[in-house]
Design a binder for this molecule. Structure first.
Ligand code: AHM
Ligand code: MG
Length: 335
């Protein structure tokens, strides 16, 4: 029988990959892993709302029911605060972000975490996969100094780690520290994330395109032309491709990472910057996709090179198998 390697064991083994003080990043990842297990427990119970009470009610245990995205936000922030390595959390759920430097053990903390605590949360009520996306930066200012805009708005290239958790038919945590991508599946019987997908690589060319085609009429002409290309028959390039779109970024990305494919959320006439957020959706996913051998662009620039202007900034996103992303860029160039 093969022996199990837990996330905790793996992180300790890989500590030498990390250029800064050993242990800090390990503790951060451990804290995120712990919060993920708590959120997973609640997400799994989401279908029981009719029995346990709906959001806003008091449930049978006398607890006030919260929206799960708010609950997830609280859990991740609490875990990061208790862990003591994080000085600032930028969250999709918090307009301003949360500074932790004046709270107890976090005052010497060196890391900034950007997080979407529960992405795709509208999918919960229909029992479809949702996810958490996180990104970790090291602060530029010195410990003890006030945090600056420069600390909070770093380019994606400066991420020291990034990952996602998918709450799906299995719950998985996938992360990178810039030395490849590894995936861990939660074994509920022992309550541990176990290494199940070492050294993940996205196929260079895939067969799946993932885009909300309901917005087709408002897409840029190059994207429309690419979609038509995907649908045309051509034996040489194995077309038509397969269309797959869940509407939960983590789930769509996870499938395409394993099978090969391209995920597109372009700008539209109504949303000139697209929908997805740079700091806690596109940057971490772009880091993972690139580390797995794929490509991530807005259509005009590499996502990881964008100089952020604000925490909740939106950007168009084209992410996935390198050859497919290049093909989309070709269509955009020609249009
Ligand atoms: P959210 O952060 O409000 O949950 O929105 C992000 C989600 C992504 O997971 C997904 O890729 C996208 O929104 C789907 O949007 P649409 O329904 O417009 O296709
Ligand atoms: Mg989101």
């Amino acid at each position: 029988m093969k022996s199990l390697k837990t996330l905790g064991q793996f992180i300790i083994e890989k500590q030498t990959d990390f250029p800064y003080a050993k242990g800090e990043l390990s503790r951060l990842l451990r804290d995120i892993g712990i919060a993920a297990k708590i959120v997973n427990r609640e997400v799994n119970k989401a279908g029981l709302v009719d029995i346990l009470g709906t959001v806003g009610d008091t449930n049978v245990f006398g607890e006030n029911q919260k929206k799960l995205d708010v609950y997830a936000d609280e859990q991740f922030i609490a875990a990061l605060k208790d862990g003591g390595e994080c000085c600032f959390v930028a969250s999709e759920e918090q307009e301003e972000g949360v500074e932790l430097t004046d709270t107890g053990i976090s005052k010497n903390a060196k890391y900034i975490v950007c997080i979407d605590p529960l992405d795709g949360s509208s999918n919960i009520e229909v029992n479809v996969s949702v996810g958490t996306i996180f990104s970790i930066y090291r602060r530029i200012s010195q410990v003890g100094e006030a945090l600056t805009q420069e600390d909070l708005l770093q380019t994606g290239l400066r991420q020291v780690a990034a990952g996602y958790i998918i709450y799906g038919s299995s719950t998985m945590l996938v992360y990178t520290t810039g030395k490849g991508v590894n995936g861990f599946t939660l074994d509920p019987s022992i309550g541990e994330f176990c290494l199940s997908h070492p050294n993940m690589k996205i196929p260079q060319q895939g067969h799946i395109y993932s885009v909300n085609e309901g917005n087709y009429l408002k897409f840029p002409q190059g994207i429309k032309n690419y979609i038509k290309y995907c649908q045309e028959e051509d034996a040489g390039t194995n077309r038509p491709y397969t269309s797959r779109y869940i509407g939960s970024m983590v789930a769509d990305i996870h499938r395409n990472l394993l099978l090969g494919g391209v995920f597109i959320y372009p700008q539209t006439a109504l949303q000139p910057k697209g929908k997805l957020r740079l700091m806690y959706e596109c940057n971490p996913i772009a880091f993972i996709i690139e580390q797995a051998g794929g490509k991530a662009t807005t259509g005009t620039e590499r996502i990881l090179e964008i100089a952020p202007e604000e925490l909740h900034q939106r950007v168009p996103a084209i992410l996935g198998s390198t050859d497919m992303v290049n093909k989309v860029l070709e269509f955009l160039d020609k249009s």
